[in-house]
Design a protein around this ligand. Structure first.
Ligand SMILES: Nc1ncnc2c1ncn2[C@@H]1O[C@H](COP(=O)(O)OP(=O)(O)O)[C@@H](O)[C@H]1O
Ligand SMILES: [Mg+2]
Length: 504
């Protein structure tokens, strides 16, 4: 037989669409060509596969070898097709005695010139997809643990081409992979109990967690802003099952460990302010997920917010609105999920010590204004909670930490408040539009009069008012109350905007 078809998978966003590798041998001068929209790295497959076959002791067919990667309109990159191509050539040239190219198994791996099978990215989505159509998956040994995260998919792991051939020709079976001991030592999430004092900032974290609100901390260096931000993921409920797979798939195509997501941990991403727009939102010639997608269903922490370039921050607006990012490159578009919660931190002025009770700050009012203006209004509009974090008095820092609540205690209240929101409106308060707010945020006469007075006095815009009401709604949910009361409105006011001219 001079035709073989081997099944494998491409990678498109976090999907793994099927690809058939068709290998045909025909008469004519010995040659080898790959068709079906292969990119440079796939074309290099020719040399890798040829060397791997020869070093492993096989014969490279002295015929015309045509390899078609179907469907042709699917972009293909990287060395992930090597293994399927090599097995296709061996099968078509009759070197796999007793094995018929089987539609029930898929293969995914790159080949080293020695014939070793190398790991590739995006194994988890491929394993999930293969399992859904009832096929087993052969991967590199290093990819086995990740593939096994796809429950219900039969996985075989091979270290070398010869091991796989021995398996296919029934000389020596590869052991079917068994789920490894999932690392019980879950990386520890920092706990709120470590934070001393800072009652308002702690409360803001709880409110942010309970309503999905974005949050901005402003305060001098060393006041604990980074410390507080890192504790938000631990206040959120663990990832639900379908969220785990999605978050793990993003990690998988980024070449990162899928284990934390598979254990239900919420991501926490902390890109530096020098990060490029591509690093932040994703991109490249083969669009990779950026930080906002790696933070999907978790927290994106932007420390030193005014230091980020405006252009970079602008690109956050779309995903903050839609929960996903569409990356367009040449004729191709890739969509990655990006439903993250934003926590930002900033100093109040360039030196950081403005208004900290000392006279250290030498910044001029104009410098301070320009510094705060660096953050665009539209971005601030999407941050419901804007909170000052003052420097911690030495006495508080030295006091025993036994008094502080733990993350677990706070998380219980957060989950109860989230459950109320889901039952009432099917989503988090953060996502409530102005019209929905009117329905779910009714105020009694006196409280409404208070709101009207505040709006007039502080020239609160309609947007600012909505921000206020969304936070007040979450405060009422945390208190388990159906109606937003005066105390909650007052507390929401205390969380009022501080940067960008205090437009609330
Ligand atoms: N409220 C606090 N409770 C306990 N430790 C604190 C607190 N605030 C600051 N620290 C200590 O100071 C260090 C610096 O805090 P950090 O979060 O980096 O400040 P910032 O980000 O505001 O500059 C922390 O690692 C922690 O050791
Ligand atoms: Mg910091």
């Amino acid at each position: 037989m001079s035709l073989a078809v081997i099944h494998t998978r491409a990678q498109l966003g976090i999907q793994a669409p099927p690809v058939a590798v068709e290998v045909h041998l025909s008469g004519g001068l010995p040659s080898m060509s790959i068709v079906g929209l292969p990119e440079t790295a796939v074309k290099e497959s020719r040399e890798r596969v040829r060397s791997a076959l020869i070093t492993a002791g096989f014969e490279f067919p002295q015929r015309r070898v045509t390899i078609n990667l179907a469907p042709a309109d699917l972009p293909k990159e990287g060395g992930r097709y090597d293994l399927a191509i090599a097995i296709g050539i061996l099968s078509a040239s009759g070197q796999l005695k007793g094995w018929k190219a089987s539609p029930t198994v898929e293969m995914l791996g790159e080949l080293a010139l020695s014939g070793d099978i190398r790991p590739v990215r995006g194994i988890l989505p491929a394993a999930v997809a293969a399992g859904k159509v009832g096929r087993a998956l052969v991967v590199a040994r290093e990819n086995a643990d990740e593939a096994m995260m796809a429950e219900g998919t039969e996985v075989f792991a091979a270290g070398h081409l010869l091991e796989l051939v021995a398996h296919l020709t029934r000389q020596q079976q590869l052991p079917a992979c068994v789920p490894g001991d999932v690392d019980d030592a879950v990386a520890t999430v920092p706990d709120l109990a470590d934070v001393k004092g800072q009652l308002q900032a702690r409360r803001a974290l709880e409110v942010a967690a309970a309503g999905g609100h974005n949050l901005l901390f402003s305060g001098p260096p060393g006041s604990g802003k980074s410390m507080l931000a890192a504790r938000l993921p631990g206040l959120l409920p663990p990832l639900a099952t379908e969220q785990r797979l999605e978050v793990a798939a993003i990690a998988s195509v980024s070449g990162q460990s899928v284990a934390p997501a598979c254990q239900g941990m919420r991501p926490f991403r902390n890109p530096h302010h020098t990060a490029s727009a591509i690093a932040l939102v994703g991109g490249g010639s083969h669009p990779r997920p950026g930080e906002i997608s790696l933070a999907h269903q978790g927290v994106l922490f932007l420390d030193e917010l005014p230091e980020f370039s405006r252009r970079v921050l602008e690109v956050l607006r779309e995903p903050l609105e839609t929960g996903e990012i569409l990356i367009s490159r040449a004729a191709r578009q890739t969509r990655y999920p990006a439903r993250f919660q934003l926590v930002a931190a900033m100093n109040p002025c360039p030196c950081g010590y403005h208004d900290d009770g000392s006279d250290r700050c030498l910044c001029t009012p104009d410098q301070i204004r320009r510094y705060q203006m660096k953050i665009s209004g539209p971005l601030l509009d999407r941050i419901d909670l804007q909170v000052q974090v003052p420097a911690l008095p030495a006495a508080t820092l030295l006091q025993s930490s036994a008094v502080a609540e733990t993350s677990a205690t706070v998380r219980e209240r957060v989950m109860a408040a989230l459950a109320l929101q889901l039952a009432r409106q099917g989503r988090m308060n953060r996502e409530l539009s102005g019209r929905e707010l009117e329905q779910v945020c009714t105020l009694d006469g006196a409280t409404e009069a208070l709101l009207v007075r505040v709006m007039q006095q502080s020239q609160l815009s309609a947007r600012g008012c909505h921000r206020l009401l969304r936070v007040a709604r979450t405060l009422a949910d945390l208190a388990g109350q159906e109606r937003v009361e005066r105390g909650q409105l007052l507390e929401a006011l205390a969380f009022r905007g501080l940067a960008g001219g205090g437009s609330c």
